[in-house]
Design a protein around this ligand. Structure first.
Ligand code: D5M
Ligand code: FE
Ligand code: ZN
Length: 413
């Protein structure tokens, strides 16, 4: 029997996203509160581990001899030599130097530790420093899978960049035609799609980088959203579309992003099947938890983590790093501006079944400890900037997940 998504009603439960009424405090005190919340959230994840339950504060550790376990944010990271890494770890009680030598099993992990992320350290306190034996990341355990899932699918895509002269409109129209059953391929799969999720950079925007006007086909932000809404209006009525903004969209400058500004994206708000949220978005569809984020900080992670790069595996490595650190934008002071809220919405508090990102324009799909990681590339051809960077975009990619068995399929349009 062929399953038709049109026979199912939508089941979307929104768990978390940044609402437009947000108030951020960009003072020093505001940032202090923000990082304290980050520390508290991530520490509570780390101390859930049986081997970290007895972690003590940094101030207490300084009174101890020998063995200590502490949890803190990485304030500084330095290579003292080829074989020695120094981390300065901070909690609300103080700061301590942590020394990791290449003879320690913590050395490999220490190389990957990112600034401003939260880690646990186990080691010996001597001469005012902790000599680390192991580093403990928040990490994840696989989420329990809901039972009796319907035999329907979700299509994931990202970075359309509507309005750019490099936007691949023909490819997107092919995808839309496929969903409408107008192509002679994968009919059954097309009919099973109930949801389409788009992870930001819906339009190319205006004034995002110097000289962008030369690469634009549609020069007004409102007209870009109008063009996008005309495309999305062509989707079959039974499909629910879920969108979040990216750094090219009409939203706030710093992450997390508020939902698209109505003033510009009004044509999209008029579509009954389009659901507009902020970034990050944690949502549950038929009981499957999905974390959607544009992935703005992937650039920062790629430039800091060994093995992360603008390749399929390199992008997966960067996404995996976020998951292990349970944070979507750990580094402060890189390319990703952070909004100092009193709650750190970028912490991955709940382990989702699927994490979906875009931004880097390079596709990568894989699994980490039971969590499906998916970066769905772009619908924009290589830009002049990307050419100079050697970034080769993967275009026209749609990731499809069938809820029933959580199988992943990739289609190229
Ligand atoms: O970004 C797409 C990818 O290309 C992302 O990894 C950043 C990189 N990129 C693109 N343009 C620039 C500039 N001007 N500076 C630095 N990095 C850039 P997107 O968000 O689609 O522009
Ligand atoms: Fe993009
Ligand atoms: Zn982007």
């Amino acid at each position: 029997m062929v399953i038709k998504a049109s026979e199912y009603s939508a089941e979307i439960r929104v768990i978390k996203y940044l609402t437009p009424d947000v108030v951020a405090d960009a003072s020093v005190d505001g940032f202090r509160k923000y990082f304290l919340d980050r520390l508290n959230r991530l520490r509570s994840i780390i101390v859930l581990r049986s081997d970290m339950r007895d972690a003590i504060s940094i101030a207490e550790a300084k009174y101890m001899k020998d063995h200590v376990k502490v949890v803190g944010l990485v304030y500084e990271k330095r290579n003292l030599s080829k074989n020695v890494i120094l981390l300065k770890l901070e909690d609300e009680s103080g700061m301590v130097d942590v020394v990791i030598t290449s003879s320690s099993k913590a050395f490999k992990l220490a190389k990957e530790v990112l600034l401003d992320s939260c880690i646990g350290v186990e080691g010996n306190f001597r001469n005012g420093r902790i000599y680390a034996e192991s580093i403990i990341l928040p990490d994840v355990i696989p989420p329990p899978k809901p039972k009796d899932l319907p035999d329907i699918g979700i299509a994931f895509l990202s970075d359309l960049h509507v309005g750019s002269s490099l936007f691949l409109e023909k490819s997107l129209l092919q995808f839309i035609k496929w969903l409408r059953g107008e192509l002679n391929i994968g009919h059954d799969l097309a009919e099973s799609i109930k949801y389409v999720i788009i992870a930001g950079d819906l339009v190319d925007g205006v004034g995002i980088y110097p000289g962008q006007d030369k690469e634009l086909k549609i020069c007004s932000l409102h007209a870009q959203y109008e063009s996008l809404s005309k495309l999305l209006a062509m989707l079959p009525d039974h499909i629910e579309v879920i969108v979040i903004p990216g750094n090219h969209d009409a939203t706030t400058h710093a992450v997390p992003y508020v939902p698209l500004f109505k003033e510009y994206a009004e044509p999209l708000y008029e579509l009954p099947n389009v659901h507009i949220f902020g970034d990050p978005l944690l949502i549950e569809i038929h009981g499957i938890k999905i974390l959607v984020t544009h992935g703005r900080s992937l650039d920062d992670i790629i430039s800091s983590v060994p093995g992360a790069s603008f390749s399929c595996n390199g992008v997966l490595k960067a996404m995996q790093c976020m998951v292990r650190l349970r944070h979507l934008a750990p580094i402060y002071g890189g390319k990703t501006p952070l909004l100092p809220l009193d709650k750190d919405l970028l912490v991955i508090d709940t382990v989702p079944h699927i994490i979906h990102m875009g931004h880097v324009h390079v596709y990568g799909i894989g699994k980490y400890k039971g969590v499906i990681l998916m970066n769905t590339g772009t619908w924009q051809e290589q830009t002049a900037y990307q050419k100079t960077m050697g970034i080769v975009p993967t275009t026209g990619i749609v990731g499809i997940i069938k809820l029933k068995d959580m199988s992943v399929k990739v289609m190229k349009f």
